[in-house]
Design a protein around this ligand. Structure first.
Ligand code: CMP
Length: 132
């Protein structure tokens, strides 16, 4: 079993689709082992996304992630990291597969509804970031 992190981002919270996203994840046999609603400070968002600090979209990303509450959750499943990445779809919703969360709820490459850890190592770091 693996543990990974999903964040329902502020755009998806504003669309009232927290429940629908959770329903889809539970249907795919993810078990929610921790969950909360938080409004990230700029400092917290900067730390969480520090790996992107040199990217041109970094400042806009911090603005977006601090624009409203988000819902991080720790998820457990066999092969959770890869399976969750598949379930959410490509970062750019124009490239996301049919039936994925981003295909259905993302607006654009930034306002893309959810975040999921991209490796087991980052999953451990990201779960610890929100849940200790
Ligand atoms: P996420 O999977 O959370 O990882 C980094 C985030 O930066 C990404 O989703 C988007 O919300 C945002 N972002 C904005 N522009 C880009 C881009 N050109 N490439 C990748 N991520 C981007």
């Amino acid at each position: 079993m693996e543990r990974t992190l999903l964040i329902v981002k502020p755009d998806a919270v504003a669309q009232n689709v927290i429940g629908e996203i959770i329903r889809r994840l539970e249907e795919k046999k993810f078990r929610i082992v921790n969950l909360k609603m938080v409004r990230l400070s700029r400092k917290q968002a900067a730390e969480f996304y520090a790996v992107h600090r040199q990217r041109p979209f970094y400042n806009d990303l911090l603005e977006f992630m601090t624009s409203g509450p988000c819902v991080p959750m720790a998820l457990v499943r066999h092969n959770a990291v890869a399976f969750l990445r598949e379930a959410i779809g490509s970062t750019n919703p124009e490239e996301a597969a049919e039936g994925t969360i981003r295909k259905d709820f993302a607006t654009d490459i930034q306002n893309n509804a959810v975040h999921a850890s991209d490796s087991l190592e980052n999953a451990a770091r990201e779960v610890a970031f929100f849940f200790g």
